[in-house]
Design a protein. Structure first.
Length: 106
């Protein structure tokens, strides 16, 4: 969809510029990134909204990634703990004298 009729800029090109290496964060920076200049300025609000939406999604993505990393660490810890516990029980050496250790010692 064309959002700037003065420069024939589409929402797709604005989004692409936001995700580029230059990573513009203002409407003026987006125009410079796309190699043009604003004319009437009516599209600034729309460009700003696209920037804000992209930044919001990037923040949500980072939060989801952090949560996934935490869950992965917890799963790894549980796996290691279960593995260590299994070795103790196989040797019949747990401090609780549980049924598994009594069976292993017999």
């Amino acid at each position: 969809m064309i959002i700037c009729s003065c420069n024939a800029i589409s929402d797709t090109s604005v989004k692409a510029s936001i995700h580029s290496e230059k990573c513009p964060r203002t409407p003026g920076a987006v125009y410079r990134c796309l190699g043009c200049k604003p004319c009437c300025g009516r599209c600034f609000v729309t460009v700003r909204a696209i920037i804000d939406e992209a930044m919001s999604q990037a923040g949500e993505t980072a939060a989801v990634a952090e949560t996934n990393m935490t869950v992965a660490r917890l799963d790894e810890h549980r796996h290691m703990h279960a593995h260590e516990t299994a070795h103790v029980h196989e040797a019949g050496a747990c401090a609780d004298n549980c049924e598994a250790c009594a069976a292993a010692a017999a």
